[in-house]
Design a protein. Structure first.
Length: 488
């Protein structure tokens, strides 16, 4: 049974550009720059030094606390050093990366203790996923092991495999399911065991008939796997929308899917879990969609993490023309690339080279309060009110209208007849609100330290006064005792 979800849009898909060829496995570039920040938490800590020789799959960056993920060498070679590189983000920020010069041998690091996947406990599976540096490959890049460990502690009964891939142009998950469906199901079975759940439901949009057929064939040998065909509508790939259309239940505000007994993982994440357990291969490569009318040969490629975008484009025929916009990710939620020198990261689902006719570059005009954004919002929010408060730097006001529940899908901006970049306002407002909260917590912490210092000083002063009074009392007592003796 399929349940209805609110809002969303029917975006121009343009997926056919990159689905006429099988996934192409690319070679090794002359230089790899592996960022230490490829996940939702703190950057990984480098554990290699300049000049060190590393093997393919060897750990080069260790986790650094909550929501951090380890980093591994995509191939064998020499560590040239650790330095700053530009992030794939229009902010032009930079972050640390480990630079490796491949030796061309692709020598694999072999773990000392081989494992038997069939004998692994739920905890052991989660630990191996953690050690493999696997993050959510649907875009959130949240460490997969944390979701597994949390799921095992809660009453999760259903694993939902997210195969909707609702963003226009993107077909990497589609092609992965077409060509590697058995491995996707295999990884899902491992996740199921790790979270102690009972069933797997794979949600796939009805615009992917080949992927649906391949997944159905692969699921025939598993009685606990169901392939659920769902309507094509953006943003069906959002976890909350996918859960609603499959189960009919909504994740409570501020809550998690595990609160209603469900855990969602992307099909590419499931495939990575299979590789980690059955092939002892950490997350060192991923399938990426190359598309857009400015590209010579749109296609899907499996590419090493840390590969420069420029080299990737050159291997696929290069550009037909200078793109009006280059994106890492989809056109709705992807990041505009400042240049093609940035590397492929774990969260890079696509590289899009879009021409003028493919993007909406119409000038912004005043809001006419038509309500189109309200109708399109899948979360049932009021984007026009959130935007009004955000533009006035009233981030608390925007939050009162549901900013914290906004999933930044861009549906509101897509349908806006005034071409207002609503999602940009919300991204900025979320960042400022988070920054204000951090500053507030810092202020409260500083205040608590100051109050604690004053209390400590007052206590010390009181103790000194009491000690002084006690000393004076003792001195007076001794003096009195001495005078009594003299009188006697």
């Amino acid at each position: 049974m399929k349940f209805k979800v609110r809002g969303g849009v029917h975006a121009d898909e343009r997926k056919e550009q990159s689905t006429d060829k099988p996934i192409r496995v690319l070679g090794i570039p002359p230089l790899l720059s592996i960022p230490l920040s490829q996940h939702a938490g703190l950057p990984a800590k480098p554990i290699v030094t300049e000049g060190q020789h590393v093997l393919k799959g060897e750990l080069i960056g260790a986790t650094a606390g909550d929501r951090s993920a380890s980093i591994h060498a995509p191939t064998s070679g020499k560590v040239l050093g650790i330095g700053r590189i530009q992030a794939p983000h229009p902010s032009l920020l930079s972050y640390d990366a480990i630079h490796i010069e491949p030796d061309g041998l692709d020598t694999v690091y072999v773990p000392e203790n081989p494992i038997d996947p069939q004998q692994l406990s739920a905890e052991a599976i989660a630990d191996l996923v953690d050690g493999a540096g696997i993050v959510g490959l649907g875009g959130a890049t949240y460490p997969a092991a944390l979701k597994l460990k949390a799921g095992s502690r809660q009453n999760v009964h259903t694993l939902i495999l997210n195969g909707s891939e609702c963003e226009p142009y993107l077909t990497c998950d589609d092609m992965l399911m077409r060509e590697r469906a058995a491995e996707v199901i295999s990884g899902a079975q491992l996740i199921l065991k790790a979270i102690n759940a009972k069933q797997i439901i794979a949600g796939i949009e009805d615009n992917k008939p080949e992927a649906i057929k391949a997944m159905q064939d692969a699921a025939q040998a598993h009685s606990n796997v169901e392939i659920r065909v769902i309507p094509t509508r953006y943003p069906m790939g959002s976890a909350k929308q996918l859960i609603k259309v499959i189960t009919g239940r909504e994740v409570p505000t501020g809550g998690r899917s595990s609160d209603i007994g469900v855990l969602v993982h992307n099909v590419a994440t499931s495939f990575a879990v299979h590789q980690a357990i059955y092939q002892a291969r950490p997350l060192i490569s991923r399938v990426v969609t190359l598309s857009g009318q400015a590209l010579e040969t749109p296609q899907n490629v499996e590419v090493l993490i840390g590969t420069p975008v420029q080299w990737l484009l050159e291997q696929c025929g290069g550009l037909l023309s200078t793109p009006t916009r280059m994106l890492m990710g989809g056109p709705m939620m992807g990041q505009i690339l400042p240049n093609t020198g940035v590397p492929i990261t774990k969260g890079a689902s696509a590289i899009l080279a879009l021409t003028e006719e493919e993007i909406n570059s119409a000038p912004v005009s005043p809001c006419i309060r038509c309500g189109s954004c309200v109708q399109a919002c899948p979360m049932g929010l009021l984007p026009l009110e959130m935007a009004r408060h955000s533009r006035a730097d009233d981030y608390d006001g925007a939050n009162e209208f549901g900013l914290k529940d906004c999933i930044l899908c861009g549906s509101c901006a897509y349908v806006c007849p005034s071409h207002i970049p609503l999602v940009h306002y919300f991204q900025f407002a979320k960042g400022k609100h988070r920054e204000n909260q951090i500053q507030s917590r810092k202020g409260e912490y500083t205040k608590s330290l100051s109050e604690a210092r004053m209390a400590r000083q007052e206590k010390e002063a009181a103790e000194k006064a009491a000690a002084k009074a006690e000393k004076a009392a003792k001195a007076a007592a001794r003096k009195k005792a001495s005078s009594n003796v003299e009188e006697v």
